[in-house]
Design a protein around this ligand. Structure first.
Ligand code: PMP
Length: 377
């Protein structure tokens, strides 16, 4: 409202920094309050978190909230290091808490990654990808060069390698979303390792937000490569988007870099409730496996149905699918689904504006989605 009148515009110019005035912030998917939608628009997990998370959160005594939390989240970092050590055959070097860095969601981890590693020459990431990457690049005034996706939405490893070494000095960072968003396509572990091994002097950050739905994680390569940082979240495969917990795994040098930024900004990143809930979630292996396996099975079933309906579906290793119809425009389907009470994501961007991104819900929700879609085509 303020902006509409002249006075508002003058005040904005007086008050806001040049930096703030120039920002084009990220716009998250809708979280509607007015109507109950089948919500397939923000890649949340349709199943509740582990019951052990509930118990752990209730176990935080009110009196503890009087006290600051452990600024280093040591207990949780040990739990996470042990969790990953338990997944690999441990002949090689093991992870310790010094290889783990905690944040309020992986968005916050990324917000620390930029000032810690990416304020020099330029960084490289794909176009299209998670739209927070260019937003952070603008906030931290980091130049970026984008790798165009191929027609099938894949990214070539050679393009990462070529773009990273362009110019006199080359990039000082590579950011790899794996699987990529909003396409769901993943690079293999061997491909990521090739990028990491070919660029030993720069930081390669791999955003594995969706890795648990069928991709190959590179966490076990961390002891081998000082320049590899792997970023995870509890928002997707552990159903905890509302708790805001993410973490990074990397060499102690990279974790030190992140801690320098964190302790210059907010040393008490993790609150007591989030730490308690996150620890219980990490420790509940059965719930985790059951939860992600259900989503993978639903995804595969829905893909088959969509293909039979004339949709093309980008091969997905994530908890969402990226689809387009042979004749019906995506925008039309988006608004039609919305009318019918089903929210999906539509990006009005070149290259992808004929696609919809659909998060995988429960089987019942996906049946509702398929039925609504059938009525629109
Ligand atoms: N990375 C990617 C690729 C994402 O899609 C998301 C979710 N929007 C995130 C990171 C951030 O997730 P969170 O902050 O909930 O951990």
């Amino acid at each position: 409202k303020m902006l509409k009148n002249e006075k508002g515009a003058i005040l904005m110019k007086n008050f806001l920094s040049q930096l703030a005035l120039g920002l084009e912030p990220y716009v998250p998917g809708e979280q509607p309050k007015d109507r109950k939608y089948v919500k397939l628009n923000t890649n949340e997990n349709p199943y509740p978190p582990s019951e052990k998370v509930e118990a752990a959160i209730h176990g935080v005594a009110m009196d503890q909230l009087r006290l600051y939390p452990d600024p280093e989240s040591t207990d949780l970092r040990v739990t996470i290091a042990d969790y990953f050590n338990g997944l690999v055959d441990c002949e090689s070097a093991l992870l310790t808490a010094n290889n783990v860095f905690m944040g309020n969601g992986s968005d916050e981890i990324l917000a620390f990654v930029f000032p810690a590693f990416f304020t020099g020459r330029y960084i490289v990431f794909p176009n299209i990808t998670y739209s927070f990457y260019p937003v952070y690049a603008n906030l931290f005034q980091t130049e970026y060069r984008e790798i165009p996706l191929l027609e099938d939405f894949s990214v070539r490893v050679e393009d990462y390698l070529n773009l990273a070494s362009k110019g006199d000095l080359g990039a000082d960072g590579i950011l790899i979303p794996n699987p990529n968003a909003p396409t769901g396509r993943a690079l293999s572990k061997a491909e990521i390792e090739q990028i990491v091994a070919s660029n030993p002097e720069i930081v390669v950050a791999v955003d594995e937000a969706y890795i648990d739905f069928g991709g190959e994680s590179v966490v076990d390569l961390v002891p081998k490569y000082d320049n590899l940082l792997v970023i995870h979240t509890l928002s997707k495969s552990r159903s905890l988007a509302g708790l805001r917990v993410g973490f990074a795994i990397g060499s102690d040098i990279l974790i030190d870099g992140l801690n320098r930024v964190k302790n210059s900004f907010n040393s008490y990143t993790m609150d007591r409730i989030a730490m308690a809930g996150a620890k219980a979630a990490i420790l509940d292996h059965d719930h985790f496996n059951e939860n992600r396996n259900k989503i993978i099975a639903t995804r595969e079933r829905v893909v088959g149905r969509l293909e039979a309906m004339g949709f093309s579906v980008v091969p997905s290793k994530a908890n969402f699918i990226f689809i387009s119809h042979e004749t019906k425009p995506a925008a039309e389907l988006f608004y039609g689904l919305r009318e019918l009470g089903i929210l999906v994501r539509y990006f009005k961007k070149p290259l992808i504006d004929n696609h919809l991104r659909v998060s995988i819900g429960t089987d019942e929700e996906m049946d509702q989605f398929l039925k609504a879609l059938a009525s629109l085509i």
